[in-house]
Design a binder for this molecule. Structure first.
Ligand code: ZN
Length: 318
């Protein structure tokens, strides 16, 4: 019995990196595997805990890229026998155990959206993923506009998020950015058109070639078949996928939303109703006060109110 890390999955073959020898081996999984241990802190546990105890017991899953697995090397074919608990789990891209998500936003075309940023941050927080903000296309926006954007984004820096400004075409900010990948599994996410592939190519020029080779090997038009791969980069890995296709909340109650706002949580100690304050219609609310004194971005609060409404309205649907 050996332990490995899944780097690639294609056509029922898993490429594993043996944790001890660091060598790459090809392994197979005998159908689906029983998920043996569930880490109660993982998002995966939250997904499965909606099922009944009995369903959980018989639930089976397939190993996927990012998984740490136990494999059997005693036969002539390597077989994956157990999947170790997942820290987090994404469906699109189909990867687990991610260290950080690089959220790419363009400064312009498409225009920067604080609404989208706040939404992404809520989802990241909910999925227990660590976001890093990347603002692309800074060369296409006017100097004054860029300064104004930076000033507003300063708020996010102050509440603990890392922000990087890049111009992939001229490789501005790329070298600084490359350091944040060290020894980590990173996923790139963002709307279409924000320049994810340009950024990826600036970071790893050799990747473009690889992607082309894979498409060729699979045949034209077939590259949509299930294929996920982690590319080695700076001691870590980057997931090359289109990123998140769906950005919807999976929040059922309005009182849950505020829990995904670290800045609100901090302020709530000063609200009259303390941790019970929803920061909506309550009097003496420290969050609303911070908006008035401009210590909080107005858009940050407005988006929060909008998300609360969204959650309320979706509840009506059921
Ligand atoms: Zn409040």
């Amino acid at each position: 019995m050996r332990k490995g890390f899944i780097k690639k999955y294609i056509a029922n073959q898993y490429t594993l990196i043996d944790l001890e020898t660091k060598e790459e081996v090809i392994a197979f999984a005998r159908g689906k595997l029983r998920y043996v241990k569930l880490d109660e802190d993982s998002t995966f546990y939250r997904q499965t805990s909606m099922k009944t105890k009995k369903e959980q017991k018989i639930m089976t899953i397939s190993p996927k890229v990012g998984d740490y697995v136990v494999y059997d090397d005693s036969e002539d074919q390597f077989l994956i026998t157990e999947i170790l608990p997942r820290r987090n789990d994404l469906v699109r891209p189909d990867v687990c155990n991610i260290d950080q998500v690089l959220l790419v936003f363009s400064a312009i075309s498409p225009d920067f959206s604080f609404h989208l940023l706040d939404k992404f941050l809520v989802i990241m927080n909910q999925e227990r993923l660590t976001p890093v903000l990347i603002i692309s296309k800074i060369d296409l926006i006017g100097k004054e506009q860029l300064e104004a954007l930076k000033k507003d984004l300063e708020y996010y820096k102050n509440i603990g998020y890392d922000i990087y400004y890049v111009n992939s075409k001229q490789r501005i900010g790329i070298d600084v950015l490359s350091e944040i990948f060290r020894d980590k599994i990173s996923v790139l996410a963002g709307q279409t058109g924000v320049g994810k592939s340009t950024l990826l190519n600036a970071l790893m020029p050799e990747l473009e070639l690889k992607t082309q080779e894979i498409s060729k090997a699979l045949g034209r038009g077939k590259h949509t078949t299930r294929h996920t791969e982690l590319y080695r980069y700076n001691g870590g890995f980057i997931v090359d996928t289109p990123g998140f296709s769906k950005i919807e909340f999976v929040i059922f109650h309005v009182d849950e939303v505020r829990g995904f706002y670290p800045d609100f949580l901090k302020l709530s100690a000063e609200c009259r109703f303390g941790s019970k304050c929803l920061h909506l219609n309550e009097p003496d609310c420290a969050v609303k006060h911070a908006v008035e004194t401009k210590d909080m971005l107005a858009s940050r609060y407005e988006n929060y109110v909008a998300f609360c409404d969204e959650v309320k309205n979706q509840k009506d649907k059921y």
